[in-house]
Design a protein around this ligand. Structure first.
Ligand SMILES: [Fe+2]
Length: 277
């Protein structure tokens, strides 16, 4: 089974730029690449910061970009989003009984759970009691034989980049307690927010994150480092899942560096490798 993970698209009003880049143009390039190479994916998930300012025009722009995806897609909210505008403009967004942008969807490799960690007015992540109660009920109601895949915007752990760790998920310990009885069935945790390719494990749960499709967060582990955004290349994730493994590829879809075969029949391999690229 193949999934597409997109994150931090940060759309703005049409023709506006964000940190010197046009978010819609870069998202359109991602969608075109996905159409060309991964039309067989069963689902695409966008883990929040769909827009930068939470404006309705930006959600409309996102909707028109993503409408060209050949598979169903699930938009999630991040700290830059506005819940009401997201739900108003994106009718396919998940929604729980309390109006949070949360939900789940079953796939051939298990149940995907989408969490709403938005705390409007703050950049940090929040899972309030009502959202955690929904999560607990949903996990308990999932058939025991079903594996679980979790998606959220804010990481529940510190990744070592001080300025991002300050605005990670606040209720990490509470969240950990809720998922603990189901931990063995959680095959992977996907998040956004950090605008960087990071993978590892948290409390035994494998996780991965990705660069966004617009601007990035510069890598610096110094606690006194200035918080910098960068034009490192955008990426999207291609996730391959079967009974044995979860494989996450981060694809720099706008990379235009030269490529050529490793070897050419009839040419001396050494001379070819040492020749001009
Ligand atoms: Fe973001």
């Amino acid at each position: 089974m193949k999934l597409i993970h997109l994150t931090d698209t940060h759309l703005v009003a049409p023709k506006e730029r964000l940190y010197g880049l046009n978010p819609a143009v870069r998202l359109e390039a991602a969608v075109a690449d996905i159409r060309a190479h991964h039309a067989d994916a069963v689902l695409a998930i966008i883990t929040g910061d769909l827009t930068h300012w939470g404006e309705e025009v930006a959600y409309a722009q996102l909707r028109s970009c993503l409408a060209r995806l050949p598979m169903p897609w699930v938009p999630m909210v991040g700290n830059h989003d506005r819940r009401a505008a997201c739900l108003e403009m994106l009718t396919g967004a998940p929604r729980d009984a309390n109006g949070f942008v949360q939900g789940w969807r079953d796939t051939p490799q298990g149940r995907c759970l989408f969490l709403d960690t938005l705390d409007e007015g703050s950049d940090a992540g929040k899972l309030c009691d009502r959202r955690l109660a929904w999560l607990e009920e949903t996990l308990a109601a999932t058939p025991r034989e079903m594996p679980l895949l979790l998606f959220m915007h804010h990481p529940p752990l510190a990744v070592g980049i001080h300025q991002m760790d300050r605005i990670a998920l606040a209720e990490s310990a509470h969240f950990a307690r809720v998922i603990e009885p189901f931990r063995a069935r959680i095959r992977h945790l996907f998040f956004g927010h950090v605008h960087r390719p990071i993978c590892g494990s948290w409390r035994g749960i494998p996780f991965s994150s990705l660069r966004g499709t617009n601007h990035q967060v510069w890598f610096d582990l110094n606690v006194n480092a200035e918080h910098l955004t960068s034009h490192e290349p955008p990426a999207y994730g291609v996730v391959l899942i079967d009974e044995e493994s979860v494989v996450v590829h981060a694809h720099d879809y706008m990379d235009r560096s030269p490529r050529r075969p490793f070897a050419v029949a009839g040419l001396d391999e050494r001379a070819y490798a040492m020749g001009a690229f």
